[in-house]
Design a protein around this ligand. Sequence first.
Ligand SMILES: Nc1ncnc2c1ncn2[C@@H]1O[C@H](COP(=O)(O)OP(=O)(O)OP(=O)(O)O)[C@@H](O)[C@H]1O
Length: 260
Amino acid sequence: MIGASSPPSPSPRLAWSGVAKSFGARTVIRGLDLSVAAGRSLVIMGGSGQGKSVTLKLALGLMTPDAGRILVDGEDLALLDGKARRAAFSRMGVLFQGAALFDSLTVWENVAFRLLNADGFGRSEARARASEALGRVRLGPEVADLYPSQLSGGMQKRVGLARAVVTAPRLLFFDEPTTGLDPIAAAAINDLIVDQVRGLGCTAISITHDLTSARTIGDEIAMLHQGQIVWRGPPAALDESPDPYVRQFVDGRLDGPMSA
Ligand SMILES: Nc1ncnc2c1ncn2[C@@H]1O[C@H](COP(=O)(O)OP(=O)(O)OP(=O)(O)O)[C@@H](O)[C@H]1O
């Protein structure tokens, strides 16, 4: 857990307020109300197809809600003009599922991508910042000039994490951070996520199927089922919850009738 002892903040850093999203006739998110206070780490869990990725994409501005609002520090993202919108998104960092590195760029160029392509940094300063970020995820200078294909899956995730934190974001998003990793690499990435979120003092939102990861990186877990939050609480409360959906998830029975 990351910020369990921090006092709750009165104004959420990020909130989904009455958010709805459909694709054709299929309603995926239905009146979602969810918020995360500054400095806290929220993990959104749920079975396949319940709307976790859509929830994340709505917060990242990669999808637009049909109804409701996405609020960052109380400001509706949809109402921000171009400059303010760019500023809001520049304070966000994302570790995408599968790390999503550019194969044709070296490790340091991947980490420095935003610095080089959006923030106007020269190559030398961008490289210095990338090296510093790589060090924070315990990757040494010997990897800086390698290409992603020369790295293991766990190292690629670490490079993705370095890229997410290189701009010292206030909001960090993790999309299935342990998918595809063996248990040792998964535990390492979970620990690095905790270190980075705590070190930067930022707010974290993760989506995952992985209960071990959720317990490690989350101050709170929210269970998404059919586009709504059906349970929310600290990881320790999961085991005691009588909620049938939570029980299915914790007991690994998500193929039951409620998983549809
Ligand atoms: N761009 C899209 N166009 C049409 N349908 C979509 C689109 N994106 C998501 N969906 C649908 O929305 C539903 C929820 O998808 P989402 O990817 O959010 O689920 P999830 O909870 O992240 O599942 P998983 O854990 O399997 O990734 C699915 O039925 C999916 O097919």
